[in-house]
Design a protein around this ligand. Structure first.
Ligand code: UDP
Length: 241
């Protein structure tokens, strides 16, 4: 069992990247479902306003620290935790699917992105078993869920952005068995080459969020004032406990 720490009432699991991967592998091998949330400050703020999303966060089997804001909030509680980003974690899960022959499903992003991604992955991993892929712009959610159920994936990467991806994964938990389902945000855009990841030095300095905001200024209103509010509440939260 991993250690859980709570930030403003929402869980974060304290574990290494490899332990997070092992959790995924054990769930699949034991036929259990595992909903993974890669939590960031925007999600915490969203959950503070949306009870249903808050409930989903609290019922997720694995919540890993994405975003440097979460690292800082943990540090305020005296806990050191490495960042486990959605892009890195989902890439490692794809490699695991290729190596261990797990059934992989991909849901999300624009049609051109998902089809490029599918082609790229199949060129890179000859034996990768992609049992389902669909873009993230659809009207009939029930139909998509039924198709995913019929495909019986063991790993589902859901790239619809929060909270959509977490809501879909939560619904699928009732329908699937032995599946690791992860909300991976904009990861498909990165894998397919439509969005550039921050250079490693920015990543190492914990400034990937700043790089993305500079490249996509429309993200500015998502970060501000959310990030300062989150940090302020985290300071209050750490003093309380
Ligand atoms: N998206 C989607 N369906 C939607 C809304 C968004 O598939 O209805 C996709 C969008 O194309 C993008 C991803 O969800 O690939 C969200 O990316 P974003 O950068 O917002 O997520 P973040 O990485 O910031 O969580």
């Amino acid at each position: 069992m991993t250690k859980r720490v709570y930030i403003q009432g929402y869980p974060v699991d304290i574990l290494s990247f490899n332990q997070a991967l092992n959790c995924a592998k054990s769930a699949i091998d034991n036929g259990e479902n595992l909903q993974v949330v890669t939590i960031n400050p925007e999600m915490v703020e969203l959950a503070n306003k949306d009870k249903d999303f808050a409930r989903i966060l609290k019922h997720s089997e694995l919540v890993v620290a994405d975003g440097v804001g979460i690292k800082i909030a943990l540090k305020l509680k005296g806990v050191n935790q490495e960042r486990i980003g959605g892009v890195d974690y989902s890439r490692a899960l794809i490699e695991m699917c290729a190596k261990d022959n797990y059934r992989l499903a991909l849901l999300g992003a624009k049609e051109e992105v998902i089809s490029t991604l599918r082609e790229k992955l199949l060129a890179e991993f000859k034996d990768l078993n992609i049992v389902y892929s669909h873009n993230g712009y659809f009207d009939d959610e029930n139909l998509i869920l039924q198709e995913i159920k019929d495909a019986r994936p063991q790993v589902l990467l859901c790239a619809l952005g929060a909270p959509k991806q977490e809501i879909i994964n939560f619904r699928l938990k009732e329908m699937l068995q032995g599946c690791v389902m992860v909300g991976v945000g904009g990861s498909f855009d990165v894998f397919a080459g439509y969005v550039q990841r921050a250079p490693v030095i920015w990543q190492k300095l914990g400034l990937e969020w700043l790089y993305r905001t500079l490249k996509q200024p429309q993200r500015f209103k998502r970060i501000f004032p959310t990030l300062p509010i989150f940090l302020f509440k985290s300071i209050i939260d750490s003093v309380k406990k």
